[in-house]
Structure formats: C-alpha cells, structure tokens
Ligand binder design. Structure first.
Ligand code: SF4
Length: 223
C-alpha cells in the first residue's frame, strides 16, 4: 500500500499504538469482524436518542430521562447545532468530505456548535461508558478538524460528557496551537505509515490481550 493511501482516525491510530498486530488483523485484514455488545448497542441507542431530540425534537425516551438536563444545557448554548457532523481532512490539511478518496484523516463530531458571532465552536462527544481513563486526544483531533473546516473559527472548546457517570473532561484550543498539534499527529501517523510500508506488525503484550479477538497470537490467553 502506498503512503498516499494510508488513512487514519482517532480510534484507528489508538488501536495501532495499542498493538500493531491486532490493528493489522482487525482493521487491515478484517479477519475479525466487529461484534456488537450490549454496551455498544446501548451507546448507539443513546446517541440516536440525543440526535433525534436535538435535530427533530423527538422526546428523549423515558429510559434516558436522566440525561435530558445535561443535553438541554448543551443545546441551549448559542450557535448553529450540527449533529453527527462528519469531517475529512487531506494530507495537506485541506477540508474534504468524510468519504473523499483523498482524505488523510476523518472523524465525526457527535455535536458541533458553531457560534459565528463569537468566532468560536464547541465540540461535544457523548460517552456512555466509564470515565476512568478519559481520552483528551479525541478532543484535540476534533478541534483540529473544526479549524480546518471552519476557517473563521478562532477557538474550539470541547468536552467528553460521561452521561452515566455525570462527569466531563474538557479541552480548549486556539487556532494558533493547531500547527504544532498537527505535527504531533504527523509524527505518530508516520509510524503507522512505516508499518504499512514494511508490512511489519509487531505484537504488544498487555493486560488487554485477554480481550483481543486475535486468537492466533501467542500472547492471547485463548491461544
Ligand atoms: S493478543 Fe495481545 S499482543 Fe497479541 S495481537 Fe492481541 S493485543 Fe496484540
């Protein structure tokens, strides 16, 4: 695969950095199709309920009523509300469509609020899982993509909302910080590109091996 064809996302890059072999088997070779779990089904259902509420005015189902106050507080912020907003960015950091064949990286904002008057934006990611290891990296990448797609925006505030745990992790970025942040991603993605170029996918043994689907790996307890 040529370097120009390598694409990545926040979750893909994290997967690769966690274990290159697992990434290759799961994401590249697709030897282990994604299996839905009760947690992933629940997460998708909550996201859809919030999107339908914000976009269409569909009442939030009773079973998710405890989430409504925080969702309302966010929706009351000034600005244009864009739900499940898909963005792609090319290698030379130009905005492009989510499925553009020339994309380098892509991502979806659960909720993006563009405040054109204040030249600022808010990115919200709804989380239905544990808040033990909040991953701000996702917020950094989303902020960079917003700067690319909305050239007038000067500041992006972003947050992971842990709905069940009732906590949040926040991040703020100014446009002037974007260039350095993109370079940090370039350094990380270069390792992914090198793995593709050399076709070397080393395993990284960790406590997560017990949850890994790659049963053929000697580090997998199911081997
Ligand atoms: S079992 Fe562990 S080392 Fe092997 S592929 Fe899976 S995560 Fe990587």
């Amino acid at each position: 695969m040529s370097e120009a064809n390598i694409t990545w996302s926040h979750s893909g890059l994290k997967d690769f950095e966690g274990c290159a072999r697992r990434y290759h088997e799961v994401k590249v070779l697709k030897n282990y199709p994604f299996q839905e779990t009760t947690h992933t089904i629940y997460g998708k259902d909550v996201h859809k309920a919030i999107e339908d509420y914000g976009k269409l005015g569909t009442p939030i189902p009773e079973k998710y009523a405890q989430f409504k106050p925080v969702v309302d507080a966010v929706l009351n912020k000034p600005g244009r509300k864009l739900f499940e907003h898909e963005m792609g960015v090319t290698r030379d950091l130009q905005p492009c469509g989510f499925n553009d064949p020339n994309r380098w990286v892509r991502g979806i904002a659960d909720l993006l609020i563009i405040d054109d008057d204040n030249l600022s934006a808010k990115v919200v990611d709804w989380k239905t899982g544990n808040n033990k290891y909040p991953d701000k990296d996702q917020l950094v990448l989303m902020s960079l993509m917003v700067f690319t797609h909305f050239p007038h925006i000067r500041q992006v505030k972003s947050a992971l909302f842990f709905l069940v745990k009732e906590s949040m992790t926040t991040h703020a970025m100014l446009r002037g910080e974007a260039e350095e942040a993109w370079w940090r991603y370039r350094e990380r993605v270069a390792k992914l590109e090198a793995a593709h170029a050399t076709d070397v996918w080393n395993p990284s043994q960790s406590p997560l091996c017990g949850w890994c689907p790659v049963a053929t790996c000697t580090f997998n307890p199911k081997h």
